[in-house]
Design a protein around this ligand. Sequence first.
Ligand code: NAP
Length: 246
Amino acid sequence: MSIRVAVIGAAGRMGSEVCRAVEAAEDLELAGGFDVGDELGDLGGAHVAVDFTVPDATLDNVLHCVGRGIDVVVGTTGWDDDRLATVRGVLDANPGTGALIAPNFALGAVLTMKFAAEAARFYESVEIVELHHPDKVDAPSGTAVRTAELVAASRREAGVAPAPDATASGLAGARGAEVDGVPVHAVRLRGLVAHEEVLLGSVGETLTIRHDSFDRVSFMPGVLIGVREVGRHPGLTVGLEHYLDL
Ligand code: NAP
């Protein structure tokens, strides 16, 4: 039996890409596309809803789905602890229903975080460079911040000393922003899309882990994994990595 999938935010850049990906997948069926002003109702009889809307709308959409026992896969940003707690509360009242909220559906970005966290305890130094198109309004990227946090946690757990840095004077910003003790540098350059490098170094050796996303289509394999897996993961899951058996 195919999985019936509704897309909320279907007219948007990501939502329209998700509609195309669902229609192209043999095991999935598009139950309907919903956008601003549409009545969500039973979401066209969907088993799973995918939300790529706006931070102001996504919580209500998720509560609507979960309240009706419809599993939901969310890529929209703007989640904080309070909002996640609200979703957990509604999920508790609807056991068996699953919600996946994933800040980044690009498999390469998820793997970069995993590989970087693994590697970080073996190296003296680690720095992160994220590179994006110049229309991006926030810096550093949420993915780079999360990568830095995971790297820092891994180094803390392993008891790694702070990275050496003899800088005694310099221009403001020259050493990047410090996230949990990890320098994060943001480059904004016309022509780029979304890229991240984790630079690791010890005496006589460096390791660079780099991910390049060239197109929105790069998020689709991750979104489709979410759609196929969310029914097997009741409750709230934050982060696609939890579905990947890494
Ligand atoms: P977008 O092109 O602006 O699309 C959002 C769509 O949702 C628009 O069509 C918008 O309509 C619609 N919408 C707004 N409120 C709605 C509501 N209450 N019900 C239904 N639809 C509603 O944005 P995008 O680039 O697709 O990005 C969408 C979200 O995904 C953003 O938060 C973005 O940061 C996030 N994102 C996440 C990932 C990831 O991997 N997790 C990747 C890329 C993007 P109007 O234009 O009429 O308001």
